[in-house]
Design a protein around this ligand. Sequence first.
Ligand SMILES: Nc1ncnc2c1ncn2[C@@H]1O[C@H](COP(=O)(O)OP(=O)(O)O)[C@@H](O)[C@H]1O
Ligand SMILES: Cc1ncsc1CCOP(=O)(O)O
Ligand SMILES: [Mg+2]
Length: 258
Amino acid sequence: MTTIKQIRENSPIILNISNMVTPQHVADAINFIGASPIMFDDIKEASDLVNISNALVINMGSSNDADVEKSIAAGKYANQKGIPVVIDPVAIGASKLRQNNFAKVAKEVKFDGVRGNAGELAFLADIEWNAQGIDAGNGDGDLHQIAETVAKKFDCITLLSGVTDVISDGSKNVEVKNGHHYFAVNVGCGDMLDGILGACLAVDNSLDSAVLASSILSIAGEIAGGITDNLPYSFISTVFNTLYQLTDEEITEFQKLG
Ligand SMILES: Nc1ncnc2c1ncn2[C@@H]1O[C@H](COP(=O)(O)OP(=O)(O)O)[C@@H](O)[C@H]1O
Ligand SMILES: Cc1ncsc1CCOP(=O)(O)O
Ligand SMILES: [Mg+2]
């Protein structure tokens, strides 16, 4: 069983190809749980940076041609080195460009983890859903079927986030029922989860580690929600403080699996 203590002991380096909106949130989330984030812009660095890293996280939230090239270069080095690659197909249903960019990366790079909300993963699963830009939107598709289909399609672990997170390796599904409604109000929480997933898979590339990633953020939110003034901006700063202090004992105490 992977633990947050292992993350702090190993302090894995998580290499990120970020979107233009949330890199600070992502770097903080990774650092506050005890891993070590690094972001980069220039493709010429890809090989050196993969060489020092323990996982690669690709967020496609504002992806352009240069990002796609960078993602393919870093992703191929990561595959060769054998470190986990996590991808987030942010708002993939919203434009043809996002769909083409994702397809270009998926053609060249093997993913270990795909992390997205129900709208994004339903698109990849080819299941009907009304996504709402970067947000999950509404649909009546079966979340287990969506997570499972994407896991099988890319032969990877999927982490479908929402009120309940569903984690799947294509044959086994686990639900994490923790969380807080203010996650949905703050922009960047899904991206933070991408980084946390990278850190957990870096320690151990397994379904259990993805369940830990989901639990870490959802439980930090549940604890934070209990100790703030019940306003969304203070909630998110308390989430960061809680991530810094979160223990495996608290995870065991709060975790609601299904
Ligand atoms: N309404 C909600 N209630 C509880 N937890 C939520 C809710 N919405 C999102 N979360 C949590 O917020 C985090 C980010 O997920 P999500 O908002 O689905 O990602 P994204 O920002 O990519 O849409 C996850 O840990 C998820 O469990
Ligand atoms: C607003 C926005 N636009 C492009 S990426 C992005 C951030 C998405 O972050 P998250 O999906 O984690 O809320
Ligand atoms: Mg998102």
